[in-house]
Design a protein around this ligand. Structure first.
Ligand code: COA
Length: 258
Protein backbone atom coordinates (compact mmCIF):
# COMPACT_ATOMS: atom_id res chain seq x y z
CA UNK A 1 0.00 0.00 0.00
CA UNK A 2 1.48 3.38 -0.99
CA UNK A 3 0.20 6.79 -0.02
CA UNK A 4 2.08 9.97 -0.75
CA UNK A 5 3.59 10.54 2.71
CA UNK A 6 3.50 7.07 4.24
CA UNK A 7 4.74 3.89 2.54
CA UNK A 8 4.20 0.31 3.63
CA UNK A 9 6.09 -2.90 2.89
CA UNK A 10 4.73 -6.22 4.15
CA UNK A 11 6.69 -9.43 4.48
CA UNK A 12 7.07 -12.40 6.84
CA UNK A 13 4.16 -11.35 9.03
CA UNK A 14 5.47 -7.81 9.54
CA UNK A 15 4.34 -4.48 8.10
CA UNK A 16 7.03 -1.86 7.78
CA UNK A 17 5.41 1.57 7.78
CA UNK A 18 7.76 4.29 6.56
CA UNK A 19 7.15 7.97 7.21
CA UNK A 20 8.22 9.61 3.98
CA UNK A 21 8.45 13.38 4.12
CA UNK A 22 12.24 13.66 4.29
CA UNK A 23 12.50 17.26 3.06
CA UNK A 24 10.62 18.34 6.21
CA UNK A 25 12.29 15.75 8.43
CA UNK A 26 8.95 13.93 8.60
CA UNK A 27 7.21 16.81 10.40
CA UNK A 28 3.75 15.41 11.08
CA UNK A 29 1.04 17.47 9.41
CA UNK A 30 -2.65 16.51 9.34
CA UNK A 31 -2.33 14.79 5.96
CA UNK A 32 0.56 12.62 7.08
CA UNK A 33 -1.07 11.69 10.37
CA UNK A 34 -4.30 10.80 8.53
CA UNK A 35 -2.33 8.58 6.14
CA UNK A 36 -0.49 6.98 9.05
CA UNK A 37 -3.76 6.18 10.82
CA UNK A 38 -5.35 4.72 7.70
CA UNK A 39 -2.21 2.64 7.02
CA UNK A 40 -2.20 1.32 10.58
CA UNK A 41 -5.92 0.48 10.34
CA UNK A 42 -5.18 -1.47 7.16
CA UNK A 43 -2.43 -3.38 9.01
CA UNK A 44 -4.78 -3.98 11.94
CA UNK A 45 -7.38 -5.52 9.60
CA UNK A 46 -4.87 -7.65 7.67
CA UNK A 47 -4.53 -11.08 9.34
CA UNK A 48 -1.15 -11.60 7.66
CA UNK A 49 0.29 -8.71 9.71
CA UNK A 50 1.32 -9.70 13.23
CA UNK A 51 3.61 -6.81 14.13
CA UNK A 52 4.21 -3.31 12.78
CA UNK A 53 7.46 -1.33 12.54
CA UNK A 54 7.22 2.43 12.11
CA UNK A 55 10.35 4.16 10.87
CA UNK A 56 11.46 7.33 9.17
CA UNK A 57 14.77 7.52 7.36
CA UNK A 58 18.29 8.72 8.13
CA UNK A 59 16.79 12.24 7.81
CA UNK A 60 14.89 11.54 10.99
CA UNK A 61 12.05 9.57 12.55
CA UNK A 62 9.95 12.73 12.86
CA UNK A 63 10.97 16.24 13.95
CA UNK A 64 7.62 16.98 15.56
CA UNK A 65 4.18 18.10 14.66
CA UNK A 66 4.27 20.44 11.67
CA UNK A 67 5.11 23.85 13.10
CA UNK A 68 3.62 25.60 10.05
CA UNK A 69 0.25 24.00 10.74
CA UNK A 70 0.48 24.77 14.45
CA UNK A 71 1.45 28.37 13.79
CA UNK A 72 -1.56 29.06 11.58
CA UNK A 73 -4.23 27.09 13.48
CA UNK A 74 -6.60 28.83 15.87
CA UNK A 75 -7.74 27.12 19.09
CA UNK A 76 -11.19 26.21 17.78
CA UNK A 77 -9.72 24.66 14.63
CA UNK A 78 -7.24 22.68 16.73
CA UNK A 79 -10.00 21.53 19.08
CA UNK A 80 -12.48 20.55 16.37
CA UNK A 81 -10.20 19.34 13.56
CA UNK A 82 -9.85 15.82 14.95
CA UNK A 83 -6.04 16.12 14.67
CA UNK A 84 -5.48 15.34 18.34
CA UNK A 85 -7.86 12.38 18.30
CA UNK A 86 -5.79 10.75 15.56
CA UNK A 87 -3.13 9.98 18.16
CA UNK A 88 -5.78 8.00 20.08
CA UNK A 89 -6.38 5.99 16.91
CA UNK A 90 -2.69 5.08 16.79
CA UNK A 91 -2.87 4.09 20.45
CA UNK A 92 -5.94 1.93 19.71
CA UNK A 93 -4.00 -0.41 17.41
CA UNK A 94 -3.93 -3.75 19.24
CA UNK A 95 -1.06 -5.27 17.24
CA UNK A 96 2.48 -4.60 18.51
CA UNK A 97 4.00 -1.35 17.28
CA UNK A 98 7.76 -0.89 17.16
CA UNK A 99 9.27 2.56 16.61
CA UNK A 100 12.63 2.45 14.81
CA UNK A 101 14.45 5.72 15.43
CA UNK A 102 17.28 7.19 13.42
CA UNK A 103 18.24 10.86 13.84
CA UNK A 104 15.52 13.17 15.20
CA UNK A 105 12.55 12.04 17.31
CA UNK A 106 11.36 15.40 18.55
CA UNK A 107 8.06 16.69 19.90
CA UNK A 108 5.23 14.85 18.15
CA UNK A 109 7.80 12.43 16.70
CA UNK A 110 8.81 11.40 20.20
CA UNK A 111 5.15 11.32 21.23
CA UNK A 112 4.47 8.90 18.37
CA UNK A 113 7.38 6.73 19.53
CA UNK A 114 5.99 6.82 23.07
CA UNK A 115 2.66 5.45 21.84
CA UNK A 116 4.54 2.53 20.28
CA UNK A 117 5.11 -0.58 22.41
CA UNK A 118 8.83 -0.99 21.78
CA UNK A 119 11.28 1.76 20.82
CA UNK A 120 14.70 1.02 19.33
CA UNK A 121 17.26 3.40 17.90
CA UNK A 122 20.59 3.69 16.14
CA UNK A 123 23.57 5.68 17.41
CA UNK A 124 22.46 8.83 15.54
CA UNK A 125 19.15 9.08 17.41
CA UNK A 126 18.26 12.27 19.27
CA UNK A 127 15.20 12.49 21.48
CA UNK A 128 13.63 15.73 22.66
CA UNK A 129 10.45 17.60 23.58
CA UNK A 130 11.32 21.15 22.46
CA UNK A 131 7.74 22.50 22.45
CA UNK A 132 8.28 24.91 25.37
CA UNK A 133 11.20 26.46 23.50
CA UNK A 134 8.75 27.58 20.80
CA UNK A 135 5.99 28.64 23.16
CA UNK A 136 3.75 25.59 23.25
CA UNK A 137 3.53 22.34 25.23
CA UNK A 138 3.32 18.69 24.09
CA UNK A 139 -0.21 17.93 22.91
CA UNK A 140 -0.10 14.29 21.85
CA UNK A 141 0.23 12.68 25.24
CA UNK A 142 3.89 13.61 25.76
CA UNK A 143 3.56 15.03 29.26
CA UNK A 144 1.84 11.84 30.41
CA UNK A 145 3.69 9.12 28.53
CA UNK A 146 7.22 10.55 28.87
CA UNK A 147 7.01 10.70 32.66
CA UNK A 148 5.74 7.12 32.76
CA UNK A 149 8.58 6.02 30.45
CA UNK A 150 11.56 7.76 32.09
CA UNK A 151 10.41 9.25 35.41
CA UNK A 152 9.62 12.74 36.63
CA UNK A 153 12.98 14.48 36.86
CA UNK A 154 14.25 13.64 33.36
CA UNK A 155 10.81 14.20 31.82
CA UNK A 156 10.71 17.64 33.46
CA UNK A 157 14.21 18.47 32.23
CA UNK A 158 13.35 17.43 28.68
CA UNK A 159 10.01 19.24 28.56
CA UNK A 160 10.85 22.36 30.58
CA UNK A 161 14.51 22.83 29.67
CA UNK A 162 14.63 21.30 26.20
CA UNK A 163 17.14 18.63 27.25
CA UNK A 164 17.87 16.20 24.42
CA UNK A 165 18.91 12.58 24.92
CA UNK A 166 21.22 10.66 22.63
CA UNK A 167 20.73 6.94 22.05
CA UNK A 168 22.89 5.84 24.97
CA UNK A 169 21.19 8.22 27.40
CA UNK A 170 17.79 7.10 26.10
CA UNK A 171 18.76 3.48 26.71
CA UNK A 172 20.00 4.29 30.21
CA UNK A 173 16.66 5.98 30.97
CA UNK A 174 14.59 3.08 29.66
CA UNK A 175 13.15 5.18 26.84
CA UNK A 176 14.44 2.65 24.31
CA UNK A 177 15.09 -1.05 24.72
CA UNK A 178 18.09 -1.47 22.41
CA UNK A 179 20.54 0.28 20.09
CA UNK A 180 21.28 -1.21 16.68
CA UNK A 181 24.78 -2.59 16.23
CA UNK A 182 27.15 -0.02 14.75
CA UNK A 183 26.29 0.64 11.10
CA UNK A 184 23.28 -1.68 11.02
CA UNK A 185 20.17 0.00 9.55
CA UNK A 186 17.73 0.63 12.35
CA UNK A 187 14.85 -0.71 10.26
CA UNK A 188 16.62 -4.08 9.97
CA UNK A 189 17.16 -4.16 13.72
CA UNK A 190 13.48 -3.38 14.37
CA UNK A 191 12.23 -5.79 11.70
CA UNK A 192 14.18 -8.61 13.34
CA UNK A 193 12.37 -7.97 16.64
CA UNK A 194 9.05 -7.72 14.80
CA UNK A 195 9.66 -11.02 13.02
CA UNK A 196 10.26 -12.71 16.37
CA UNK A 197 6.93 -11.31 17.59
CA UNK A 198 5.29 -12.52 14.36
CA UNK A 199 6.41 -16.07 15.17
CA UNK A 200 4.69 -16.05 18.58
CA UNK A 201 1.01 -16.92 18.99
CA UNK A 202 -0.95 -13.88 17.70
CA UNK A 203 -3.75 -14.03 20.26
CA UNK A 204 -1.27 -14.40 23.13
CA UNK A 205 0.69 -11.40 21.81
CA UNK A 206 -2.47 -9.28 21.57
CA UNK A 207 -3.65 -10.25 25.05
CA UNK A 208 -0.20 -9.75 26.60
CA UNK A 209 0.03 -6.27 25.03
CA UNK A 210 -3.42 -5.39 26.38
CA UNK A 211 -2.47 -6.62 29.85
CA UNK A 212 0.80 -4.67 29.91
CA UNK A 213 -0.93 -1.47 28.73
CA UNK A 214 -3.55 -1.92 31.44
CA UNK A 215 -0.77 -1.35 33.99
CA UNK A 216 -0.71 2.31 32.90
CA UNK A 217 -4.45 2.72 33.42
CA UNK A 218 -5.45 0.61 36.40
CA UNK A 219 -4.37 0.13 40.02
CA UNK A 220 -2.20 -2.98 40.57
CA UNK A 221 -4.99 -5.16 41.93
CA UNK A 222 -7.29 -4.35 38.98
CA UNK A 223 -4.44 -4.93 36.53
CA UNK A 224 -3.73 -8.31 38.08
CA UNK A 225 -7.44 -9.23 37.89
CA UNK A 226 -7.39 -8.25 34.19
CA UNK A 227 -4.26 -10.35 33.58
CA UNK A 228 -5.84 -13.31 35.40
CA UNK A 229 -8.96 -13.13 33.20
CA UNK A 230 -6.96 -13.03 29.98
CA UNK A 231 -4.65 -15.74 31.25
CA UNK A 232 -7.70 -17.98 31.83
CA UNK A 233 -9.30 -17.01 28.51
CA UNK A 234 -6.22 -17.84 26.45
CA UNK A 235 -6.34 -21.45 27.64
CA UNK A 236 -9.40 -21.86 25.39
CA UNK A 237 -7.43 -20.96 22.24
CA UNK A 238 -6.35 -23.39 19.55
CA UNK A 239 -2.93 -21.75 19.63
CA UNK A 240 -2.42 -22.74 23.24
CA UNK A 241 -3.07 -26.37 22.32
CA UNK A 242 -0.77 -26.05 19.31
CA UNK A 243 1.97 -24.36 21.35
CA UNK A 244 1.88 -27.10 23.98
CA UNK A 245 1.74 -29.87 21.33
CA UNK A 246 4.65 -28.42 19.37
CA UNK A 247 6.76 -28.02 22.51
CA UNK A 248 6.21 -31.66 23.49
CA UNK A 249 6.88 -32.83 19.91
CA UNK A 250 9.98 -30.59 19.64
CA UNK A 251 8.53 -29.04 16.47
CA UNK A 252 7.95 -25.41 15.48
CA UNK A 253 4.32 -24.43 16.24
CA UNK A 254 1.86 -23.53 13.50
CA UNK A 255 -0.26 -20.78 15.00
CA UNK A 256 -3.55 -19.66 13.45
CA UNK A 257 -4.50 -16.82 15.78
CA UNK A 258 -7.58 -18.77 16.94
N1 COA B 1 7.59 21.38 11.46
C1 COA B 1 7.67 21.89 10.22
N2 COA B 1 8.80 21.88 9.50
C2 COA B 1 9.88 21.32 10.04
C3 COA B 1 9.86 20.77 11.35
C4 COA B 1 8.66 20.82 12.06
N3 COA B 1 8.52 20.27 13.29
N4 COA B 1 11.10 20.28 11.63
C5 COA B 1 11.86 20.53 10.52
N5 COA B 1 11.11 21.16 9.58
C6 COA B 1 11.54 21.59 8.26
C7 COA B 1 12.40 22.84 8.31
O1 COA B 1 11.60 24.00 8.42
C8 COA B 1 13.13 22.75 7.00
O2 COA B 1 12.26 23.17 5.98
P1 COA B 1 12.81 24.11 4.78
O3 COA B 1 13.91 23.33 4.13
O4 COA B 1 11.61 24.31 3.89
O5 COA B 1 13.32 25.35 5.44
C9 COA B 1 13.34 21.26 6.83
O6 COA B 1 12.39 20.64 7.68
C10 COA B 1 14.70 20.77 7.25
O7 COA B 1 14.93 21.22 8.57
P2 COA B 1 16.16 22.16 8.97
O8 COA B 1 15.77 22.94 10.18
O9 COA B 1 16.66 22.93 7.79
O10 COA B 1 17.24 21.03 9.33
P3 COA B 1 18.39 21.13 10.40
O11 COA B 1 19.23 19.93 10.20
O12 COA B 1 19.06 22.45 10.36
O13 COA B 1 17.61 21.03 11.83
C11 COA B 1 15.99 20.17 13.40
C12 COA B 1 16.84 19.89 12.14
C13 COA B 1 15.09 18.97 13.59
C14 COA B 1 16.90 20.35 14.61
C15 COA B 1 15.18 21.46 13.19
O14 COA B 1 14.50 21.36 11.94
C16 COA B 1 14.16 21.72 14.25
O15 COA B 1 14.51 22.19 15.33
N6 COA B 1 12.87 21.41 13.97
C17 COA B 1 11.78 21.69 14.86
C18 COA B 1 11.78 20.73 16.03
C19 COA B 1 10.63 21.06 16.96
O16 COA B 1 10.57 22.10 17.57
N7 COA B 1 9.69 20.09 17.07
C20 COA B 1 8.55 20.24 17.90
C21 COA B 1 7.43 20.79 17.12
S1 COA B 1 5.94 20.83 18.08
Amino acid sequence: MTNSLVRTEKQRGVAHVILDRPAKRNALNAEMLTELVSTLRDCQADPSVRAIVISGSERGFAAGADIGTLASANPIELYTSGFSEKWDEVAAISKPLIAAISSYALGGGLELALICDIVVADETALFGMPEATIGIIPGAGGTQRLVRAIGKSMAMEMILAGRRLDAREAKACGLISSIAADGRPIADHALEIAERIAQAAPLAVTMAKAAILESFEAPLSAGIRFERSLSALITASDDRAEGMRAFAAKEPPLFTGQ
